[in-house]
Write a protein that binds this ligand. Structure first.
Ligand code: NAD
Length: 506
């Protein structure tokens, strides 16, 4: 038997049986057997996994808070045990990615997130008592934080571990079942994710399905109870439209062009290294990387020299394993190389941290001074190690430049006077913002992380993530006082009229 259509039919039959014997062990055994059988295709396996999780959610008891926490701690242990495997898989998927980048941005951030969740889970998951003055409706009130059901997680290639595991773990903390679809560009990491989850969870709790856009499309058409998508704005729009058919709530974690603004008092020596770090980390393939840099008039050369100098110091041995991260595919590499060629052809100043790429898919950190607003560098999300630098006349001009464009995922402002930089932040909109730093806000677990406008909607991390994956269900327990009953249901309605008049006021 195959874990595909046959399994789907089997599940429908078993569901019917299970309605009389919900916890029937036969159901679980048949499910596991079907899932382990070879599949006809990714799409069949997807359908089978979804059906299986739906059934499991409908008929199994929701795991208690202590069970959820225990399993999340087991997951952390499994991640620690597999750390070198994760480093190797991601590096092999990219061509090269330094162990330091994977250990910090994938493994440490993910473990930090899960441990934060474990520490706070009781407070987030237990019913929240609400203070009720009793006017006009008396009674006990509280909010239950219930699992939504089966959650779908579609993840991208650029941080293929943390962007799959953190949303999945947060959804599991909420008591949900989770189906994960990683990117087709990181197959070794996808395989490892499947093994990692299998260390701790049954496939009726977490399953990983693989495939490209066709599987992604079919995935987003399933009637999930919540769909969590991380990826491009273009695909995010398609996912939201598919989910709308089922009225599935969606979180969209998208990209965009995140600006970085140097205030008039910013210092190249002090601030440029932090820009270089956030921009060129992981080959610039970071959703929150600064996409372009705005500097005061006359200072582009000073800042570009300082940024290139900082990049050289940060990646002193570009060709080694600890050197630049490779661009994920030849296609992505060629697109970036074409952008640099276009800038050179336009006669712009192009500075590079290295003369030649150490191998076919690594691009040295590069800055381009003054690209035209309608160039690809200034209209497309760059998502690679190229930083356009644009000069502004005054801060009003800088603010206009930022606010005339789509709302970005992040905004960075640098200046010796941090308060002044905060004022600039307040005059703009973005998913998140950092003053005097770049990209590290992603690792501050108690800060909600998400976009706004074209950079997405919804958010996760910490308590906000738990709220995203749970349903806040209000409960009112009315006292059984005759006076209350008579007020509500009395046929002549006199008390109700008095009450409504009092509520409306004079
Ligand atoms: P992508 O949108 O091309 O792909 C993301 C995922 O969607 C992949 O798993 C892919 O297989 C799947 N997919 C493709 N077509 C689909 C369809 N029609 N329906 C459903 N799913 C489909 O993005 P990418 O190239 O993997 O990642 C880069 C983008 O992701 C950048 O724009 C970046 O800014 C963004 N990103 C955002 C965040 C964030 O947290 N906001 C984080 C990382 C990356």
């Amino acid at each position: 038997m195959c874990g595909g259509k046959d399994a789907t039919v089997l599940f429908s039959g078993l569901r019917r049986q299970a309605s009389t014997a919900p916890n029937d062990e036969t159901f679980r055994r048949a499910y596991i057997e079907a899932m382990n059988a070879p599949c006809k295709s990714d799409l069949d396996r997807l359908q089978a996994a979804f059906e299986g999780q739906r059934s499991a959610f409908s008929f199994d008891a929701v795991p208690g808070i202590s069970t959820r926490r225990m399993k999340l701690r087991d997951l952390v242990r499994a991640i620690r045990a597999r750390r070198s495997g994760i480093v190797d898989a991601i590096s092999a998927d990219f061509g090269n990615r330094s162990a330091d980048e994977t250990l910090s941005a994938e493994i440490a951030v993910t473990i930090g997130s899960i441990e934060h969740t474990c520490r706070h889970l009781d407070r987030w998951a237990n019913p929240t008592r609400m203070f009720n003055l009793g006017i006009p409706i008396p009674g006990r009130t509280y909010v239950r934080h219930e699992p939504k059901g089966v959650v779908g997680v579609i993840s991208p290639w650029n941080y293929p571990f943390q962007l799959a595991v953190i949303p999945a773990a947060t959804a599991l903390a909420g008591g949900n079942k989770v189906l994960v679809k990683p990117s087709e560009f990181t197959p070794r990491t996808a395989e490892l994710l499947a093994q990692l989850f299998a260390d701790v969870y049954g496939e009726d709790e977490v399953a990983v399905v693989t495939g490209g856009p066709d599987v992604g499309k079919a995935f987003s058409e399933l009637a999930f109870d919540h769909l969590f998508f991380t990826g491009s704005t273009e695909v995010g729009r398609k996912v939201a439209m598919a989910a709308a058919e089922n009225l599935t709530p969606v979180t969209l974690e998208l990209g965009g062009k995140s600006p970085c603004v140097m205030m008039p008092d910013a210092d190249p020596e002090k601030h440029a290294p932090l820009v270089a770090f956030g921009k060129f980390y992981s080959g610039g393939q970071t959703c929150v990387a600064p996409d372009y840099l705005l500097v005061p008039k006359g200072r582009a050369e000073a800042f570009s020299a300082a940024i290139i100098d900082a990049a050289r110091r940060t990646w002193p041995a570009p060709a080694t394993d600890d050197g630049y991260t490779s661009i994920i595919t030849d296609r992505h590499h060629d697109r970036l190389a074409a952008m640099i060629d276009e800038a050179r052809d336009a006669g712009l100043t192009v500075l590079s941290a290295g003369d030649a790429a150490p191998d076919a898919r690594r691009i040295p950190p590069t800055v381009v001074i003054g690209p035209a607003p309608d160039s690809r560098l200034m209209t497309e999300e760059i998502f690679g190690p190229i930083l356009p630098i644009i000069e502004y006349d005054d801060l009003d001009d800088a603010v206009r430049f930022v606010t005339a464009r789509d709302h970005p995922l992040a905004l960075y402002a640098f200046g010796r006077d941090a308060r002044a930089a905060e004022k600039l932040v307040a005059r703009t909109t973005s998913g998140g913002a950092v003053v005097n730093g770049t990209i590290v806000h992603l690792a501050v677990e108690h800060l909600p992380f998400g976009g706004v406008g074209k950079s997405g909607y919804g958010a996760y991390h910490g308590k906000r993530g738990f709220a995203e994956f749970t349903h806040a269900r209000s409960v009112l327990v009315l006292p059984q006082w005759p006076i209350l009953r008579d007020t509500i249901v009395r046929p002549d309605g006199r008390r109700m009229r008095w009450l409504t008049d009092w509520m409306i006021g004079k």
